[in-house]
Design a protein around this ligand. Structure first.
Ligand SMILES: *Cc1c(COP(=O)(O)O)cnc(C)c1O
Length: 382
């Protein structure tokens, strides 16, 4: 069984993907071809923002956003402790200090109370200037933007929405990628919308920031490529990836997200009485980058993972440790904040195979195996 069935996806989309790739090869505009601009319009329309600026990957997307705001040494950037490394790495790379917050067990997303305590602690210490809140839409579910926006307003902070996993997620009728002052996503192959290599994008409603982003991703270009007005990056999405994404975005909108959501619903039905299943609060929908359950403890997780593996079912642990426990952040100051929820979740979380192409049979097998270990009986209750 595949964890995320990209082979099957290609089989389904082969005629369209092959045609799209063939067009790029025939046109031979490998960098900044027309497909890139078309894709940016399609992505902006889907997400519901004015501008989409594609770039080389989701990590660069975060870096570009921080560059637009001039984030530098002496700035504090607030990041959930439970996320992929990039969310905090990019702040540190910019010279700022990532300040970590705990998460909520139900949603795996930033705990607004912990965020507020962390901001207060930084202000009280008086050494760093709070600038940005990086909200991560973890596993596909948008963060609690009602509360976090209120906090951002009160302290005058930007929200940088890391929607690398959130693409397709919804909150109060708006899509992930539209909640941050700037938002970013990743097209890494295993993300909800993935390409055939690395890719990323930045979203914003601001004309001024979008123009800066377009400059920053091509060596800080001015009126033309050889007029450089600022220090930038070389961070473009190449035309082949854009062509792949155009085909995949259509499938994502037409049926993939619906299918994934249906499969997630089946997991929840089949497992909710014996493990902790993901909670999707009222008014939210997940883009289902992952379907992540919580087992009783580390031992039970180990048993489940081993048993699944023995039966050819892959599962993944996202994530084994909090950001503050990463070696690279060993000297980070914690501002009195502790991370009990992250610590607990790191020991109990397990992500199950999920994709729009997971078959009914495969899924029933996963559910049966998990139940067999956790309850001693693979049958689902009537
Ligand atoms: C994948 C991911 C990124 C980085 O994306 P890349 O395209 O791999 O650079 C950033 N943040 C989160 C939360 C991610 O899951």
């Amino acid at each position: 069984m595949q964890f995320r069935n990209l082979k099957k996806q290609y089989e389904e989309l082969k005629p369209k993907i092959d045609q799209a790739l063939g067009e790029v090869l025939r046109e031979s505009n490998y960098i900044s071809g027309r497909q890139v601009e078309e894709l940016e319009k399609e992505l902006a329309a889907y997400v519901g923002v004015k501008h989409c600026v594609t770039c080389a990957n989701g990590t660069d997307a975060l870096t570009l956003a921080l560059m637009v705001w001039g984030i530098k040494e002496g700035d504090a950037v607030f990041v959930p402790d439970f996320t992929f490394f990039s969310s905090a790495e990019t702040a540190a790379y910019a010279g700022a200090v990532p300040v970590f917050t705990d998460i909520l067990e139900d949603t795996f997303n930033m705990d607004p109370d912990s965020l507020e305590r962390a901001i207060e602690a930084v202000l009280k210490e008086g050494k760093l200037v709070p600038k940005v809140i990086v909200t991560v839409d973890l596993f596909g579910l948008p963060a609690d933007y009602e509360k976090i926006r209120r906090i951002a307003k009160r302290y005058g902070l930007y929200i940088l929405e890391d929607a690398a996993q959130g693409f397709g997620g919804v909150y109060h009728g708006k899509r992930a990628g539209s909640f941050g002052d700037i938002a970013t996503t990743s097209f890494f192959p295993a993300k909800p919308l993935g390409c055939y290599g690395d890719g990323g994008a930045v979203f914003t409603d601001s004309d001024e920031w979008a123009e800066m982003l377009r400059s920053l991703r091509v060596h800080g270009k001015g009126s033309d490529k050889y007029d450089n007005v600022r220090i930038g990056l070389n961070s473009r999405l190449d035309t082949l990836q854009a062509a792949v994404l155009q085909v995949k975005l259509e499938a994502f909108q037409d049926y993939e997200l619906t299918y994934t959501d249906q499969r997630a619903g089946k997991y929840t039905e089949g497992l909710k009485d014996c493990v902790k299943v993901p909670v999707i609060p009222e008014g939210f929908a997940s883009g289902w980058a992952q379907y992540s359950i919580l087992l009783k403890d580390k031992k039970e997780r180990e048993q489940v993972q081993t048993y699944l593996k023995e039966h050819d079912v892959p599962s993944m642990i996202y994530y084994r440790r909090g950001m503050h426990q990463q070696t690279a952040f060993r000297d980070c100051c914690l501002y009195g904040e502790t991370f009990p929820v992250t610590a607990d979740v790191c020991e109990r979380v397990l992500s199950l195979p999920l994709s729009p192409y997971l078959t009914e049979e495969e899924q029933q097998k996963v559910i049966r195996l998990v139940r067999e270990i956790v309850t001693g009986n693979g049958e689902q209750p009537a």
